[in-house]
Write a protein that binds this ligand. Structure first.
Ligand code: LMR
Length: 394
């Protein structure tokens, strides 16, 4: 049997981790996978997470199974954090999933169950796992243009032109905030225009929300999401706690389904539970329980928000420092857009060859055609980085 297998195509983000680890050069710079790093290059456990974990170890009496939709306090807490009060809670079904990737996968399965003929549209560029998961599930998919590399801004006209091909019942994946890989985000007017269009044509959004709190703040980052979910009859949403709670390896996420009525939301939630059961039975508890504890304790919530906000500010400072260094180095405003981008990433806009040259000649690692993790930028090496970027001709 196993002889029929061929080596899988490498995921470019995962492959980069291996290349970086194997590089013996001192001073190598990792701008690859999206993990937050502090000034010492560490990815810290957030204070509120540590406090909740300590409490959990002391107080937890059993590790017996929870339900197939996971910890209900966690799901409700995440629902409120994301949707606020604009959407009637009864219209929102939700289930815990192993990370945001698990949520994307489970929602893909839900689409396949509900409307197997649906086509799913994703942005070009996007997180590589979006098209990979859709292909894996056998869903028909298609890319829409999103980004204008020349200006570093969203190409909304091109996006609308390509989405004109979507038919009633098709699904459009949108990044809730902090677009991965570009860092160029839809503004509220874009969200409003898309909402009107989707409502008129019966299109269902599937929002991937992996960076709430990393862009303009916890509430501003979901302004577009809330507008859309409140106005449309149906919205799917995949949420991740990897970044904003720093719970990467604990795999904490949730899949949400906003239905036209409370009854439909309940049936959809039941289906998410059934799909969990088919794939892994019960979602992993620990990290979700920690998030549930943080979100239901005022002091822990306040401390988590404060630390998240300082991480966000840190990334904004680094972002601007790189834009300034590139302005000095290239004597042009070509990279000023970096300061206007938001979130963990920016697309520098090189070719694969130039990105490889940065790796080979300068030990600087970035994904694809120049996606950089802002949190990985070297605080004291910004000028050297800008020189290297200019030297390879990006
Ligand atoms: C990234 O895009 O680097 C992160 O979302 C991590 C991942 O799983 O790819």
């Amino acid at each position: 049997m196993l002889e029929t297998l061929t080596a899988p195509a490498p995921d470019k983000i995962i492959a980069l981790i291996g290349l970086f680890a194997a590089d013996p050069r001192a001073g190598k710079v990792d701008l690859g996978i999206g993990v937050y790093k502090d000034a010492e290059g560490r990815t810290p456990i957030m204070r509120a997470v540590k406090a909740a974990e300590r409490q959990l170890v002391e107080e937890q009496q059993t590790k017996t199974y929870l339900g197939v939709t996971g910890d209900r306090t966690f799901v409700a807490g995440m629902r409120d954090l994301i949707f606020g009060e604009g959407v009637e809670a009864a219209r929102i079904g939700g289930a815990q999933t192993p990370g945001g990737t698990g949520a994307v996968h489970q929602l893909g399965e839900l689409i396949r169950r509900a409307r197997p003929e649906a086509r799913v549209f994703y942005s070009d560029p996007t997180w590589p796992n979006h098209p990979a998961i859709l292909d894996h599930l056998g869903l028909a998919s298609s890319a829409y243009r999103y980004y204008d590399a020349a200006s570093g801004a969203v190409d909304f006209e091109a996006m609308q032109a390509d989405l004109a091909a979507a038919r009633a019942g098709d699904v459009v994946i949108l990044h809730g905030c902090c677009h991965n890989p570009t860092g160029a985000n839809l503004d509220l007017e874009h969200w409003q225009a898309l909402t009107q269009d989707f409502a008129a044509r019966g299109i269902v959004p599937m929002i991937d929300l992996a960076y709430q709190g990393f862009g303009d703040g916890l509430e501003p980052d979901v302004a577009g999401v809330r507008h859309m979910a409140a106005a449309l009859p149906e919205t799917l949403l995949a949420a991740s706690c990897s970044k904003n709670f720093g719970l990467y390896r604990d795999r904490v996420g949730a899949a949400f389904v906003v239905g036209e009525t409370a009854e439909r939301a309940e049936v959809a939630e039941g289906n998410l539970g059934a799909l969990n059961r088919l794939n892994f039975s019960f979602p992993p508890d620990h990290g979700a329980k920690v998030v549930a504890m943080i979100l239901s304790d005022a002091a822990l919530t306040a401390d988590w928000k404060a630390e998240l906000e300082s991480m966000r500010q840190n990334m904004l400072t680094l972002r601007q420092a790189l834009a300034d260094a590139l302005r000095r180095e290239t004597n042009s405003d070509r990279f000023d857009y970096i300061g206007a981008h938001r979130g963990m990433f920016t697309q520098l806009g090189g070719t694969l060859e130039k990105v490889k040259a940065l790796r080979d000649e300068h030990a600087i690692y970035m994904v694809g055609t120049g996606r950089i993790n802002i949190a990985g930028l070297p605080r004291d090496g910004m000028d050297a980085l800008a020189q290297a970027i200019a030297a390879v001709g990006i």
